[in-house]
Design a protein around this ligand. Structure first.
Ligand SMILES: Cc1ncc(COP(=O)(O)O)c(C=O)c1O
Length: 784
């Protein structure tokens, strides 16, 4: 890629536009023969002649007046005003004429003109050659105002300004004169009104203009270990990309605007106004504007420097904002009452009295991968809110979809013969993304109900085929499927079953088939065969003619730390089910929707079940929804005649608003390529976790795939001897992480890292660093 300076890029922009459109002309003081005092019109007069590129008298009023006349009569003039300070002499044609003519002529006139000028201090040119006057023009309806900060933008925005049918004030900063950048070959445009996020971040939004973008970037880099700053460059002040600023503030909750113009009455005040009006509830600290001093620019360099925001000023302001304590909406008394009532009036799901004894936790806000508690403390959620928030918290796209649906038709049931539009659209979408022939959905409210339905589907399918005697289910040891009694019957974990027995008759359990348990010296493929032989024996023993289906999580979940299957195992199970006329149900409630780096885990093996159950990430956590998705062949059994219908249903299954939210969630996954992103970030996380394991003796194993990972602690890595559970090391680490700002899920000594699909490399670094410190602290604490 070629390297260009900012001025050369703008010269190229003029060249390309003069070439493209012979209505474009360029004039100003020393623009013709000399090629512009900053070289932005070098050699253009020679190339395009004196009628199109020419010098003017030293009269800004005449220059701007001529430009307005030329634009009114059909040309597309660019008038250079050498210093923005000189524009005052031409304010009447600019403000009273150019800005208003389109409006006053009822749209009959267009005013395609560009005032091309430079601004700013830093070169000791004193009070009349160093000003930043953009706010004047922002305050004049009818003018557009452009302030580029990069070489790429300078060229692209200038070309877009020349093509715009409105008067545009294009202001570049004289200290960017020598800025060099690699830019792509060929021409490009940068549309007016689109901000650029120069650096992503989560703790503070810095909106900076022109030269200040560079200072904000340097400050963000300097503070990188301390806080995560998002730098937003609006690029154009009119039109202002308020949505981009609001989206950033919604994520960070904090705003700092930096501009060089005097702080009073500047664009910063306007940005803060808009944020305060539209996103007040998002702010967790008062917004701040850092601008130039309210003084004429001094000549002396030291004083000039003191009047312009410097990198250190931004660093100082950022620290002050980020350490500012969140304004809590609740008084201490209200907080205490909420915490008391939480335990008084609610039985939490799978409650832990031990944890509750340490105090309940109430969360009040979420953004991206983060949540905030009642005290305003921020946490990175490494368990993606119980494995649901695929595309993070608080996505305006989903909020919009839900609001629109609420306002249109909040709910109509999917009952007997009624459907809603989002329901049908979601079913159609699922048919596209589900593997193989899986294309017919039965919608429910949760993963548990999805599995419950899958079991019912399997039984009734065999009834419809005249094989009512097939009533048994094969589940797998250590797998979790549902909280309902039917689903608990095929759940292979004693803790979930023991108080509710007797459960469904005819539920039998196969071993879990985990590749890491394969005997030393045996290949994965041989171990896969051995597991299949055991399964075959079990089926034969039970009599295959009595078995309706096998239900399994192809990748067992967080409870057992994501053990991968041995080679050939899933393929073998598929063949075995077919051979014995049993249905195969894959529970991908936890592993679906990109978490393993493919839409569904089973796609890594090319194995398609007869029924797949989905939940959790399916909706992105926004509103509950689940589904059992099957093939037309099976579904047709239930629609072949009156009386063959599937006998299952609930009031809210396939809720209208939940479908709208889920469609929006899937649209984000697709638009942001989150499945590919998960694969990429997963590979990065894997490398980092392997390095972490090598560093800490207490890490026995690290395993997983995509963005589902488990760290398994052990007393002896070589032998795999477990830690004494009485020590409670896993829980101690979980508590340590919580105190240090990270939500971690642990099942005893299995620590789970399964963040949202939007997780960034920086966030992974932060998570692994925290884990590193947690493991080091545990080693000391337990003298391991
Ligand atoms: C593999 C698996 N299946 C089913 C479920 C049940 O889903 P839900 O809690 O939405 O009912 C879960 C929940 O953790 C799960 O992990």
């Amino acid at each position: 890629m070629p390297t260009l300076t900012l001025t050369a890029a703008m010269c190229q922009a003029f060249d390309e536009e003069l070439q493209r459109d012979d209505r474009v002309c360029l004039f100003g003081e020393d623009v013709g023969e000399f090629g512009g005092v900053f070289g932005t019109a070098r050699a253009l007069q020679k190339k395009y002649g004196k009628r199109r590129v020419f010098d003017t008298p030293l009269s800004e009023a005449a220059i701007i007046g001529a430009a307005v006349g030329a634009a009114m009569s059909g040309l597309r003039p660019v008038a250079e005003i050498m210093y923005v300070d000189f524009i005052t002499v031409g304010m009447d044609p600019l403000v009273n004429q150019a800005a208003k003519l389109r409006y006053m002529s009822g749209g009959q006139l267009t005013l395609p003109l560009v005032i091309f000028t430079q601004c700013g201090g830093g070169t000791s040119e004193a009070a009349q050659h160093s000003q930043s006057l953009e706010a004047w023009f922002v305050h004049t309806p009818g003018l557009k105002v452009v302030m580029p900060a990069t070489v790429y933008d300078a060229k692209g925005l200038l070309k877009a300004s020349i093509r715009d049918d409105n008067p545009v004030i294009f202001i570049w900063h004289k200290l960017l004169y020598n800025l060099e950048e690699e830019v792509p070959d060929g021409p490009w445009l940068v549309p007016l009104g689109q901000a650029a996020v120069r650096r992503p971040g989560t703790d503070l939004t810095v909106v900076a203009t022109s030269l200040m973008v560079h200072r904000a970037m340097a400050a963000a880099e300097k503070l990188a270990g301390e806080m995560s700053i998002e730098v937003v460059d609006p690029r154009t002040l009119v039109p202002l990309d308020v949505d981009a600023i609001l989206a950033s503030v919604a994520k960070t909750g904090r705003l700092l605007v930096v501009h060089e113009a005097p702080v009073s009455g500047g664009i910063g005040g306007e940005i803060v106004r808009q944020v305060a009006e539209k996103a007040f509830d998002r702010l967790i600290a008062p917004p701040v504007v850092l601008g130039g001093a309210n003084l004429p620019m001094p000549f002396t360099q030291v004083l000039e420097t003191a009047c312009m925001p410097q990198q250190e000023d931004i660093v100082r302001a950022a620290r002050k904002i980020v350490t500012c304590k969140k304004q809590s909406h609740w008084t201490e008394k209200e907080k205490a009452r909420l915490l008391d009532d939480a335990v008084r009036y609610i039985i939490p799901h799978f409650a832990s009295n031990e944890s509750l004894a340490r105090g309940p936790k109430i969360f009040v806000r979420g953004e991206g991968c983060y949540v905030w508690d009642l005290d305003g403390k921020k946490y990175f959620d490494s368990f993606a809110t119980l494995l649901t928030t695929i595309c993070g918290h608080n996505r305006p796209e989903v909020t919009r979809a839900v609001t629109e649906q609420m306002e249109t038709l909040e709910f109509f049931p999917n009952y007997v013969d009624t459907f809603t539009v989002p329901l049908v659209e979601l079913a159609r979408k699922l048919a596209q993304i589900m593997p193989g022939e899986l294309s017919v959905s039965f919608f429910v409210n949760s993963g548990s109900e999805a599995n419950e339905t899958a079991l019912k589907m399997a039984r009734q399918y065999h009834v419809e085929r005249g094989e009512r005697h097939r009533f048994k289910f094969i589940g797998r040891r250590d797998s979790y499927h549902a909280t309902t009694l039917g689903g608990s019957s095929v759940t292979g974990l004693t803790w979930f079953r023991e108080y509710f027995e007797p459960l469904l008759p005819g539920c039998i359990f196969a071993p879990a088939a985990r590749d890491y348990e394969r005997p030393q010296g045996m290949t994965s493929a041989d171990y896969g065969k051995q597991c299949l032989e055991e399964l075959e024996k079990l089926i034969v023993f039970e009599d295959p003619r009595t078995i309706a289906a096998m239900i399994m999580d192809p990748l067992p979940g967080s409870n057992t730390g994501y053990p991968l299957p041995p080679e050939g195992y899933l393929e073998g199970v598929r063949r075995m089910c077919d051979r014995h006329g049993m249905l195969l149900i894959f529970d991908e409630v936890q592993t679906g929707f990109g978490k393993t780096g493919k839409w569904f885990f089973s796609e890594h093996y090319g194995v398609v079940p007869d029924i797949m159950t989905i939940g959790k990430g399916f909706t992105g956590g926004f509103i509950p929804l689940g589904a059992a998705v099957t093939t037309p062949k099976i579904a047709d059994m239930f629609r072949k005649r009156p009386g063959s219908e599937l006998r299952s249903g609930s009031t809210y299954g396939g809720h209208t608003v939940a479908c709208a939210a889920t469609l929006a969630n899937i649209a984000i996954i697709e638009r942001e390529n989150l499945v590919e992103h998960a694969a990429e970030m997963g590979a990065y996380l894997q490398v980092k976790l392997r390095a972490l394991a090598a560093k800490h003796a207490m890490v026995g194993q690290v395993r997983g795939i995509g963005l589902l990972w488990a760290i398994l602690l052990a007393a002896d890595r070589a032998t795999g001897k477990p830690l004494d559970p009485e020590l409670g090391v896993g829980t101690w680490i979980q508590k340590w992480c919580y105190e240090n700002g990270m939500i971690l899920r642990n099942n005893g000594e299995i620590l789970v890292l399964a963040p949202s699909l939007i997780v960034t490399q920086e966030e992974i670094d932060m998570v692994v660093d925290l884990m590193d410190r947690a493991l080091a602290a545990a080693t000391l604490e337990f003298k391991l």
